[in-house]
Design a protein around this ligand. Structure first.
Ligand code: URA
Length: 240
């Protein structure tokens, strides 16, 4: 249980600066568990807290864990340069509370992207030591051959890597498609592995991270949802 003043709570949830949050409260725009409170100094228990701000309900969350179905032509970078950033797909509050992508997808890659404002969670999930399998569907420019699949399973050498990188699994899907599972998250890894194996990736989609699948979340492109503990528990590494 944690008790905080109402203005701090509002700020922590991304409603704006402390000054702005105080003004919201004093103007009578904020209800705490259904009752308007206009004293911003009031200390409130955050356990099970539901705020109403401008008639919209907001369940208090110390941290947020979000799954986004990333569409193409959005950048994961903090300072996007050529396309809008993925944060523009989420309510403004999330930018205020410094929600960031967990790892990155290229601007033209679609699919499951995790986002959070929990620094240790982001760090742990992005650590190269944490081998959470990630499932990708790649469309290839040239037809997929059994040799290509075998090469990806055996390992391909990328220029700046000390050792060959191999797919955990790789299955042909149609003439120009493969489903490839990787445990590392190196820069442009799928595209570079396909190029190193003599093909070219023309489209890429991430359908799952660990046991968490985009399908199970029922999201459409551009949609997002909160992840609860049972879903976070599916982000399990295969080893150490
Ligand atoms: N590998 C890539 O090449 N691009 C991505 O976006 C993700 C994995």
């Amino acid at each position: 249980m944690s008790k905080l003043s109402l203005d701090r709570i509002l700020q922590s949830q991304g409603f704006g600066t402390r000054k702005y949050c105080r003004a919201l409260i004093e103007d009578g725009d904020v209800a705490v568990n259904g009752e308007i409170v206009d004293n911003y100094k009031l200390t409130v228990d955050t356990e099970g807290l539901v705020l109403t701000v401008f008639d919209e309900e907001w369940v208090y969350r110390e941290y947020v864990y979000i799954a986004l179905y990333k569409p193409a032509n959005f950048e994961c970078s903090r300072k996007p340069s050529h396309h809008p950033g993925v944060l523009t797909l989420l309510p403004e509050q999330f930018a205020w509370r410094d929600v960031q992508p967990v790892g990155r997808l290229d601007h033209d890659t679609t699919g499951l992207l995790l986002m959070s404002d929990d620094g240790p969670f982001i760090h742990a999930q992005s650590s190269p030591k944490r081998h959470v399998p990630k499932v990708y569907q790649a469309t290839t420019a040239e037809p997929v051959t059994p040799e290509l699949v075998q090469q990806l399973l055996d390992g391909v050498q990328l220029h700046d890597e000390p050792a060959p990188l191999r797919a955990v699994s790789c299955v042909q899907r149609g003439e120009n498609g493969i489903e490839i599972v990787l445990e590392q998250g190196k820069y442009h890894q799928v595209k570079r592995m396909l190029a190193a194996a003599g093909n070219h990736c023309s489209a890429l989609h991430r359908s799952a991270i660990g046991g968490l699948t985009l399908e199970s979340l029922g999201l459409k492109e551009g949609e997002w949802c909160f992840l609860e503990q049972a879903q976070l528990d599916l982000l399990v590494p295969t080893q150490g």
